[in-house]
Design a protein around this ligand. Structure first.
Ligand SMILES: Cc1ncc(COP(=O)(O)O)c(C=O)c1O
Length: 398
């Protein structure tokens, strides 16, 4: 009971007799309890080590507990844990400057900090409606953007729409990657189009750069704002700072979260100078957004990504995985950089169990034939070897 606060030790026997768990069981967790993590591995309370190709759901960008991130957090915590946006903070300003500089190839110029991907998307959609005076949106089949009201309105997930039909924002649904249909759509009454440059949840679905360029042109022609949801594709994961740069497209907004501060909760809404000039004080707000700890972790994360060449590492790891998985149960590798989908047909679920048995964590997706890899960008050769060996062993019937 050493980790349990003293006041709870008195009450613990009574608490454990309650049938309903204290933590609401809204997820299906791994069959073990995690105790710690280091780099691309996590360790269970039983002392077992797992290679983490799941990355805590695409979050552990610099690996678990990177010493530079830990040091930055410790130093910041000793100095100031929190102060609201009512007080100007050097660390928050520096985080904004560093992120805007990191994203410069995407054409954005200013950032608003919040706490999660959903909140970043919610604010992007809200601002788009406000600035255009339009209240409908367009989104793509297979896209997923979060659980707040506007974000869930534009997410292609029936679970998120249940019970809310009349409350959801009007949204036109387009097939992802279909340029011909895109050209036939009328966007003149549409406030914004939101798109994941690579659709993650629905199984790492990609579209060619020409599709995103056509989307940009279409939006510009109709005064519709373009939102790139880069909650998974950003922060160096594709081998470039953001997918916007990777595909050579300049959206009006980029939303980011997950790996941006190596696991410290943060969301970021990047926008062009043109949009930023139209945002007035009071239009956006958040108590915790860009708090000192998150800002310090963001600064350390971007520094590590650049100092350790992690974007190049992501590209190199992807090449190694693509080549190494040939001849295995994986018939095709989808995606870019370290956001990859392994097509394994009817064997996907069995492959996931097999890998877990061999102490390798991977993600599932809503496509039952596709497993997802979204590991730390500083993935080691040992982790790559372990995944390749285990996947080939599956084919041999192990
Ligand atoms: C593409 C994408 N957008 C938005 C979100 C929502 O982010 P959050 O869970 O931080 O609200 C997610 C979460 O998985 C996501 O994958």
């Amino acid at each position: 009971m050493s980790g349990i606060p003293h006041f709870m030790q008195t009450y613990a026997p009574a608490m454990t007799s309650i049938l309903q768990p204290a933590l609401l069981p809204t997820y299906a967790p791994f069959p073990f309890t995690l105790a710690s993590g280091a780099g691309d591995r996590v360790f269970t309370t039983d002392g077992e080590a797992y290679w983490d190709f799941y990355g805590g759901h695409c979050v552990a960008s610099t690996g678990h507990s990177h010493p530079a991130v830990v040091a930055a957090l410790a130093a910041q915590a000793a100095e100031l844990i929190f102060y609201s946006t009512a007080g100007e903070l050097r660390v928050r300003n520096e985080a904004a400057e560093a992120l805007v500089a990191f994203a410069q190839g995407s054409g954005t110029a200013s950032v608003f900090f919040c706490n999660s991907g959903a909140e970043a998307n919610e604010n992007a959609l809200l601002l788009a409606a406000k600035l255009t005076g339009r209240t409908s949106f367009a989104a793509f089949q297979g896209g997923w953007h979060g659980r707040t009201l506007l974000a869930r309105s534009v997410s292609d997930d029936p679970k998120l729409h249940a019970g809310l039909k009349e409350r959801l924002a009007p949204t036109a649904w387009l097939p992802f990657g279909d340029e011909a249909i895109l050209q036939s759509v009328d966007f003149t009454g549409t406030a914004a189009v939101i798109v994941e440059p690579i659709q993650s949840m629905s199984g790492i679905r990609t579209a060619p750069a020409s599709f995103f360029r056509a989307l940009r042109e279409k939006c510009t022609a109709s005064g519709t704002l373009l939102i790139f949801d880069e909650v998974q594709t950003g922060v160096g994961r594709l081998g470039k700072p953001f997918a916007a740069e990777f595909y050579g497209v300049r959206p009006d907004f980029i939303t980011s979260a997950k790996g941006l501060a190596s696991g410290v909760p943060i969301g970021a809404l990047l926008m062009t100078a043109d949009i930023a000039a139209q945002v007035k004080a009071g239009d956006l707000g958040s108590t915790f957004g860009g708090g000192p700890l998150a800002a310090a972790a963001l600064l350390a994360t971007l520094q590590v990504i650049q100092d350790e060449g992690l974007m190049a590492r992501a590209t190199a790891c992807a090449a190694r995985l693509r080549e190494g998985l040939q001849g295995s149960v994986v018939s095709k590798v989808r995606g870019e950089g370290l956001l990859l989908g392994l097509e394994a047909g009817a064997e996907a679920a069995a492959l996931k169990r097999h890998l877990e048995h061999r102490h390798i964590l991977v993600g599932a997706s809503t496509d039952p034939a596709v497993l997802r890899l979204m590991p730390p960008l500083n993935l080691s050769d040992a982790a790559l070897d372990a995944l390749l060996t285990a996947t080939h062993a599956f084919r041999k019937g192990h």
